[in-house]
Design a protein around this ligand. Structure first.
Ligand SMILES: *Cc1c(COP(=O)(O)O)cnc(C)c1O
Length: 482
């Protein structure tokens, strides 16, 4: 028979009366230690839930006596309690090959931004306080000068993300009026960001001009009425239209906008602040170029190619940015102090352009050459083989990475990684075996996310700075594939 003092009889099933009362459970010394750590509320709640579960099992006759010993109770309660306070937001290793991965948090912050962010959150700061005058300040002023210096803009403001930047820009400049946009640029970014819906939310009447593949300056010209307030250009960042195509460059639209006395805004999406081609990467239009071409306002993301925190940057003329900043919706979309600190430190790196390639993780990973990636892959090869053989076969192979987050959708970066294939007699069971491996990798203490392609699990090594984190948990993986 079982007792709650820890003595157990193996093999027999526990009955309801073998379970301790909640009070008795909470008086156990191991449980008292848990209460010391987490407080009575959480531990008592978890203890009640644990007892409920055990009661159900006992009633079904499926609870082993061994599970109701005092040590087993304390251990089960500790696991439950720790699991309850374990964060749901967790670090992962991105071995998908997509560098700016929206589902994996996009850009990783540079160390300087992490340090600044952490330091600023230790106590109060001068977010909206002018230290010189001792008066109320403006949070925009923390980064406005920097953004203007880097982009050549007259004025700048920042909001929660680029979607907010676009919404606010359209609402402030074209709310209650008409905004003209090419049918070739009515993009959907994903996550329910669709240009026609954004226009409607912003209270602008959208006037579509041109066709899906070709839009000419004359189309814009004809689309303008006395009610028009804005010409809207959108960088088609996540797809390309190939073949018989034509779009009107910003420089030509700028002339038209000026003539007709309306504003011209461009949503760049990614908007790199530097010329990516200097690193051998595909060219992305920069806000600098858009402003030089005559755009009144340019919007872009903080966590795409810029390599910083989630943010939406709005740059442009003093007049238009001033209007946007004063628009009431700005208050609801403003950037919080956390990303503002991270953005400031990230932008500081752009004042030291030689530092960018090393210090900015996004750029460091995008520019990593196959030779260097191969060194990492080779370091991982034998340890991975040891962990998953003989069930899986591991090889080092050439593969293609993507930039991600809608930037440069057709471009692929040559990369290297591990390809892991199940060892099976035929095709049967390949999918199941690959899923089992993917699940095991995601179940590691630091989850590893790869991708499955052509009956293999691919682990692109481009974004691994230090293989030690991965190597250090391969023993956990090995235990699942004895
Ligand atoms: C990514 C993107 C957005 C949305 O930017 P977020 O920072 O994700 O809000 C808007 N427009 C374009 C063209 C984009 O590529």
């Amino acid at each position: 028979m079982a007792a709650t003092d820890g003595s157990v009889v193996h093999g027999s099933k526990a009955r309801l009366q073998d379970l301790p009362s909640i009070d008795k459970l909470l008086r156990m010394s191991a449980v008292q230690a848990l209460v010391e750590l987490h407080g009575h509320t959480l531990v008592a709640g978890q203890a009640r839930a644990l007892l409920d579960d055990l009661r159900t099992l006992a009633l079904a006759g499926t609870l082993d006596v061994i599970d109701v010993g005092a040590d087993a109770f304390a251990a089960a309660l500790a696991l439950r309690t720790q699991a309850r306070v374990a964060p749901r937001l967790r670090r992962v290793l991105n071995l998908t090959g997509t560098v700016i991965h929206t589902n994996l948090g996009r850009s990783v912050l540079p160390q300087s931004a992490i340090a600044h962010l952490t330091a600023m959150m230790q106590g109060p700061n001068n977010l909206e306080y002018d230290l010189d005058g001792g008066t109320r300040g403006d949070r925009d002023s923390i980064v406005e000068g920097l953004i203007c210096e880097i982009t050549g803009a007259e004025a700048a403001t920042v909001v929660n993300n680029n979607a907010a930047a676009v919404l606010l820009t359209i609402a402030a400049l074209a709310g209650g009026r008409e905004a003209v946009i090419s049918r070739g640029e009515l993009v959907e970014i994903g996550g329910a960001f669709r240009m026609p819906d954004v226009m409607a939310s912003a209270g602008a009447v959208m006037i579509e001009v041109g066709t899906t593949n070709r839009t000419h300056l004359a189309d814009y010209d004809r689309g303008i009425t006395p009610r028009t307030a804005l010409l809207m250009k959108v960088h088609t960042s996540n797809y390309v239209v190939q073949g018989f195509t034509s779009a009107v460059p910003e420089s030509e639209l700028a002339v038209l906008a000026k003539e007709r006395r309306i504003a011209l805004a461009t949503d760049l999406g990614s908007g790199s602040l530097i010329d990516m081609s200097q690193y051998g990467l595909p060219k992305e239009p920069t806000p600098q170029e858009m402003l030089a071409a005559g755009c009144g306002v340019v919007t872009f993301s903080g966590d795409k190619l810029l390599g910083g925190p989630q943010a939406g940057l709005i740059v442009g003329s003093r007049e238009l940015v001033g209007k946007i900043r004063k628009f009431p919706m700005k208050r609801a979309l403003r950037l919080s102090k956390l990303p503002l600190a991270a953005l400031e430190a990230t932008l500081m790196l752009y004042l030291q352009p030689e530092m960018l390639r090393h210090e900015l993780p996004t750029l460091r990973w995008l520019t990593r050459q196959p030779d260097a990636i191969s060194v990492t892959a080779m370091q991982l090869l034998e340890p991975f083989r040891t962990a998953v053989s003989p069930r899986y076969e591991v090889t080092v192979e050439a593969m293609s990475s993507q930039i991600g987050s809608g930037s440069l959708p057709v471009d692929r970066l040559p990369s290297v990684g591990l390809a892991i294939a199940p060892v099976l007699a035929g095709k049967r069971g390949v999918g199941t075996a690959l899923d089992a491996l993917a699940v095991a990798l995601r179940g590691l203490p630091l989850p590893v996310i790869g991708r499955i392609a052509d009956d293999r699990l691919l682990l692109d090594c481009r974004c691994i700075d230090d293989p030690a984190e991965l190597l250090g948990q391969l023993n956990v993986l090995a235990r699942q594939f004895p």
